[in-house]
Write a new protein. Structure first.
Length: 200
């Protein structure tokens, strides 16, 4: 496996970009151009750091925006060759404000796609406000803090989630902030799951 490491608080991924990375980078570039805060979270973070598993989607949180800014985002997406595989992009604002994810993908492509949503709880908001930079092949995207990603995956508790948590923990255990990790573990009520993770 190519090198993946935390350096001065940033995630450095030393490998060629893949299809998921290209989609994440392109979307992040567009959001940044519109000055919309965002962060990539969940399974993609594990895959980015070398976990070999399939996925059809990339989860991305965007900061809450007024309707006119979302309309501008939709216009930019359509101009840039994106569409909504599950529903029209013109329904983005209504879905986001209702707490529903909306799919975004390059035109005529179903997968992989982005699953875009507004933050729905304190943990989503913390992912945005505490995002770290991930550097991959000359590009930079924001990803959720690894300590929170691990704790939240333990909280979700599915088989893939637990495997994602174990991958991130075992790969970065020497570089993680134990204080931050244990704080999120306490907040999410997953102390028993964390104890099992530490025993690996």
């Amino acid at each position: 496996m190519s090198g993946v490491r935390l350096r001065d608080g940033d995630l450095v991924v030393d490998r060629p970009r893949n299809e998921l990375d290209e989609l994440a980078i392109s979307f992040s570039t567009l959001l940044s151009r519109l000055d919309i805060g965002h962060v990539f979270i969940a399974g993609y973070v594990a895959i980015l750091t070398g976990r070999a598993r399939a996925t059809d989607d990339i989860d991305v949180l965007i900061e809450p925006c007024p309707e006119n800014e979302i309309e501008q985002l939709v216009e930019e997406l359509e101009t840039s060759g994106y569409w909504g595989p599950a529903m029209p992009l013109t329904e983005m604002y209504g879905n986001l404000t209702a707490g529903t994810n909306i799919w975004v993908a390059p035109s005529d492509q179903m997968t992989p796609h982005l699953e875009v949503k507004f933050p729905s709880d304190e943990f989503d908001r913390a992912s945005i406000s505490n995002a770290i930079d991930a550097h991959i092949a000359g590009e930079t995207i924001p990803v959720g803090p690894l300590e929170l990603q691990i704790a939240y995956k333990l909280y979700l508790g599915g088989q893939k989630d637990l495997e994602d948590a174990a991958h991130l923990y075992l790969l970065f255990r020497e570089s993680l902030s134990t204080t931050a990790l244990e704080s999120w573990v306490d907040d999410l009520g997953v102390t028993e799951q964390y104890a099992r993770l530490k025993s690996l």
